[in-house]
Design a protein around this ligand. Structure first.
Ligand code: AVJ
Length: 337
């Protein structure tokens, strides 16, 4: 007898519900809002990832250098939390893993028993990173995972008995608003076990001039990075954006504590996006919001941790106290270990 219903799963649509389709859908929705916006996750195509790497090398973009200093000088404090136990060092959103290499070197040189697990949704990122690590650290045990964070962590916890030390570097939580950040961290928490650790990078609130320079650099790399999202729409969705008709605008909202990036239309224009099959109108000086980068106080970090089920173990700072890598422990009430 045949079933009277069918459950349609992801595989049934693997070819039609493509990345391009998801991109087109998000662009349509974002540009239909009265306040236009585009999700910042679409910055990172090949060109955008290159531009972001160039940003991390700018003198004004202090975040990367500060976090590198923490990882270079505080390896012993980070490793102190595993206390001789074997562990899986999981990096959420590993990217090119540049900053992580200093920590990996420290842990290897000091004989720690661990496996490095870079986890990213981009197969190209994982493939590239695993390749370079094989040659640079032949003695390192690497297990790359291509997955979203929650499923990747669940898979790991079922597969290996060792404790997890997860890392979310580079202030990537800063792209989330407060509610989204809580939802994201709680979802990570639910895939971890009692006693597992998590290290999260936060950019701290500081002199507004320094923040403004970091997102409005002299060479205009951040400008290029922001405009690249329109070029990506042109490349992948047949968009007809004239880049000259938009300007980058990076500003700081003192109330919310967020750096905000916009692309502002300089003229009245109507822009066709072929894959979406319609045009979008822009008034002169109308902004498209493209990114939030939230800045934190220590008390903001501590409430975020406790609201999502973590206990703060320690905050690690760079010498200028511009950035914090905060180390947390997973607490699951009712768990007996
Ligand atoms: C990669 C999200 C940490 O928000 O500072 C850099 C991205 N945007 N310059 C940040 C970014 C503009 C960056 N994160």
């Amino acid at each position: 007898m045949s079933a009277s219903y069918k459950i349609i799963d992801h595989e049934d649509f693997a070819d039609t519900f493509s990345d391009i389709h998801a991109f087109a859908l998000d662009v349509l929705v974002g540009l239909c809002e009265p306040r236009k916006s585009l999700p910042s996750k679409y910055f990172y195509d090949t060109k955008g990832s290159e531009l972001f790497t160039a940003i991390t090398e700018l003198p004004e973009y202090y975040l990367t250098g500060c976090e590198r200093e923490i990882l270079e000088t505080k390896g012993d404090e980070i490793a102190g939390f595993v206390q001789g136990e074997a562990f899986n060092l999981v990096e959420l959103g590993a990217g090119d893993g540049r900053k992580t290499k200093v920590l990996l070197k420290y842990l290897l040189d000091n004989g720690y028993d661990f496996r490095y697990v870079p986890l990213d949704i981009s197969e190209a990122a994982i493939d590239g990173l695993v390749g370079t690590l094989r040659t640079e650290f032949p003695n390192l045990e690497v297990r790359g995972l291509v997955s979203d964070y929650h499923d990747g962590l669940k898979w790991l916890n079922n597969r290996y008995k060792e404790k997890t030390f997860a890392m979310l570097l580079g202030s990537s939580v800063g792209n989330f608003g407060p509610a989204e950040a809580r939802k994201f961290l709680r979802n990570v928490w639910s895939a971890l076990d009692e006693g597992d650790n998590m290290l999260v990078g936060f950019d701290l609130k500081k002199d507004i001039e320094l923040l403004l320079w970091a997102y409005n650099d002299r060479q205009g790399v951040t400008r290029e990075f922001n405009l690249n999202i329109l070029k990506r729409i042109n490349r992948e969705l047949g968009g007809q954006f004239d880049i000259e008709n938009f300007r980058h605008y990076g500003t700081y909202d003192v109330l919310s504590g967020a750096m905000e990036s916009y692309l502002v239309s300089l003229v009245h224009q109507s822009v066709l996006i072929k894959e979406i099959g319609r045009s979008f109108d822009f008034a002169p000086w109308e902004p498209i919001h493209t990114e939030y980068s939230y800045k934190y106080l220590i008390e903001d970090i501590e409430s975020l941790a406790s609201q999502t089920g973590f206990v703060v173990e320690k905050h690690l700072f760079d010498s200028k106290r511009f950035f914090a890598d905060s180390i947390w422990r997973v607490h699951k009430p009712g768990s007996d270990s």
